[in-house]
Design a protein around this ligand. Structure first.
Ligand SMILES: C[S@@+](CC[C@H](N)C(=O)[O-])C[C@H]1O[C@@H](n2cnc3c(N)ncnc32)[C@H](O)[C@@H]1O
Length: 257
């Protein structure tokens, strides 16, 4: 399905920082003993069993469209947890679900009105939707990537592609949940504070996520040149203080039908 830009080893370099929002989101979900849950964009699947145990579901399916990420998932399957290579945009659960959960994945899917409407329709009455999406697109670590994508030779090689930002404001999601008929909801913006050893480590961070989108679209040599340009432009915008303070905004949302 997707070309191999997702690299589990690079992604998991910041395992502790990346798993914290997962558990903050999970804390919002009420148990649904014997029910069915889905983990959309489950990555390596290493966190999916925690979702399964917390909900007490009989069956939890983790889906992801990256073969490289999902290759690690077999070790986490069993006892009601299974994994499928599937695209969030076309995924259809076999039966209505008690919990639709997604940590740090839906910002890769466009048109959140259509997407969330589809996810809401997968839920049983009383079912819960729990989603965490990064909202750090205004930080230089993200805006500089877009600037470099607009420069030559990258703009031509990318065919003019620019990564859009499908993530909306928190209150937009609250309004959407209300219009979709959810009876309860909680939507919040949370700033996660990370202390990275030095400012250059921000590049290691974005290489594991945001920059994979450019990596999969550029020839290897050109992606290396992209990284060099990104580094040259980004580092002067960041503090030299060590450890480096890296604030990261995320939206955590939960709603029940
Ligand atoms: C940042 S990782 C998050 C992984 C996991 N949820 C976690 O919390 O560690 C994002 C994952 O979303 C997956 N993804 C992105 N777009 C997707 C899509 N359209 N369908 C399925 N998976 C997708 C990627 O392959 C990647 O594994």
């Amino acid at each position: 399905m997707t070309r191999g830009a997702w690299n589990p080893d690079q992604y998991l370099r910041f395992r502790a920082e990346r798993s914290r929002p997962f558990f903050d989101l999970l804390a919002l979900v009420a148990p649904c003993p014997g029910g069915r849950a889905a983990d959309l964009g489950c990555g390596t699947g290493e966190l999916t069993p925690a979702l399964h145990r917390a909900t007490g579901a009989a069956e939890t399916v983790g889906i992801d469209n990256s073969e490289t990420m999902l290759a690690k998932s077999a070790a986490h399957a069993g006892d009601g947890v299974r994994f499928e290579l599937a695209n969030i945009e076309t995924f259809e659960p076999r039966d209505p679900l008690d919990v639709v959960f997604s940590n740090a994945a839906l910002h890769w899917v466009d048109d959140h009105r259509a997407l969330f409407s589809r996810l809401a329709a997968m839920l049983k009455e009383g079912g819960q939707l729990a989603v965490q999406v990064p909202a750090n697109h205004g930080h230089p670590s993200h805006t500089v990537a877009d600037e470099v994508a607009c420069e030559e030779p990258f703009a031509s090689a990318l065919g003019g592609y620019r990564r859009g930002v499908p993530v909306e404001e928190p209150e937009w999601y609250a309004g959407l949940f209300d219009s979709l008929g959810f009876r309860e909801q909680s939507v919040r913006l949370q700033v996660y504070v990370h202390h990275l050893p030095a400012r250059a480590d921000v590049i290691e961070w974005t290489r594991g996520t945001l920059l994979t989108d450019y990596e999969k679209r550029l020839a290897p040599g050109l992606f290396e040149a992209f990284l060099v340009r990104y580094r040259e432009r980004l580092l002067p915008l960041l503090s030299e203080a060590e450890p480096f303070y890296y604030p990261f905004k995320r939206i955590l949302m939960w709603a029940r039908k």
